[in-house]
Ligand binder design. Sequence first.
Ligand SMILES: *[C@@H]1O[C@H](CO)[C@@H](O)[C@H](O)[C@H]1NC(C)=O
Ligand SMILES: *[C@@H]1O[C@H](CO)[C@@H](O)[C@H](O)[C@H]1NC(C)=O
Ligand SMILES: *[C@@H]1O[C@H](CO)[C@@H](O)[C@H](O)[C@H]1NC(C)=O
Ligand SMILES: CC(=O)N[C@H]1CO[C@H](CO)[C@@H](O)[C@@H]1O
Length: 299
Amino acid sequence: MSSLQLVFPLVLIFNLIFIIQHYSCDAQDLKRCRFDAIYQLGDSISDTGNSIVEIPQAYHARFPYGQTINKATGRPSDGLLMIDYIAQSAGLPLLEPYENPNSSFSHGVDFSVAGVTASTVKTLIKWHIPLPYSNNSLSVQVKWLKKHLSTFCNVKKDCHTKLKSALFMVGTIGANDYDFAFFQGKSIEDVKKVMVPRVMQTIKTAIQKVIDYGAFRVVVPGIFQLGCTPSLLTAFSSNNSVYDARGCLKDYNDFFMYHNNHLQVALQKIRKKNPHVRIIYGDIYGALQWVLDNLSNLG
Ligand SMILES: *[C@@H]1O[C@H](CO)[C@@H](O)[C@H](O)[C@H]1NC(C)=O
Ligand SMILES: *[C@@H]1O[C@H](CO)[C@@H](O)[C@H](O)[C@H]1NC(C)=O
Ligand SMILES: *[C@@H]1O[C@H](CO)[C@@H](O)[C@H](O)[C@H]1NC(C)=O
Ligand SMILES: CC(=O)N[C@H]1CO[C@H](CO)[C@@H](O)[C@@H]1O
């Protein structure tokens, strides 16, 4: 379970501040955006219960996960996730997990699976990275989305009409690809050179497919400061480590920012190709930085 364990505690420290930039509706109150459904693709950061269907004995199937909401739902968090706060702010019910046969999908679906990578199993094998516990990587989730959408719309025009007010969240995704590589002993430079371009291509392909299925409003969150997390601090602190003002691993945080910068360039290209679609970068790195910078005022 070790790689799963590494990813889960991150969310415990994560406070919700979601910055939606340059958007006509107000990020403070998403009701104004009039979303009627949310479709979420991603990993543990947004898994509302898929991975515990695959692995019922997983740690996050029981307390302390879920203790602040008095129910262990399979969310890798002590309570709710960012996507839950987004749903609440939009006035929609919390998203239910795609893999649970008891779920209802009246206002969207959560396809996220804790521990998954953006990269396919085939690519991970090529990179000699140990396989995650779930093979339901981003491209598999995109297939699930297509299958789900086919239950209520069929031709592109019909889907466009029916999805006009739906919000699509693609990510956060990719953090596990990098973490697994780092824990495997790969250097930041190698990961930059070999993995980042490929991960970007995978995310770009997923976004384009989501658009082709009929999405009009897409939010693509980046990766936050994983160099501040206990797992990376424990594994990679050394006498040569450079720390930032918060005691986080600077080189790793700079790396995650490097991913985010490339992601934003990629989004720019997708916007040019799809001028009718609103594509927003979700700056969770900046949001967490705000929290870290204001810790003393936040109690
Ligand atoms: C679905 O509901 C049934 C009946 O309540 C229950 O036995 C089953 O465990 C549920 N399945 C999952 C995956 O939660
Ligand atoms: C994931 O894929 C690999 C390679 O195809 C396979 O060996 C493994 O059993 C799969 N794991 C799961 C949980 O399906
Ligand atoms: C740093 O160096 C000291 C003295 O050589 C050593 O005892 C200690 O274990 C090192 N710490 C880490 C985190 O490598
Ligand atoms: C309320 C508060 O202290 N806000 C500060 C949060 O941190 C930013 C820097 O990231 C400051 O500019 C704010 O004044």
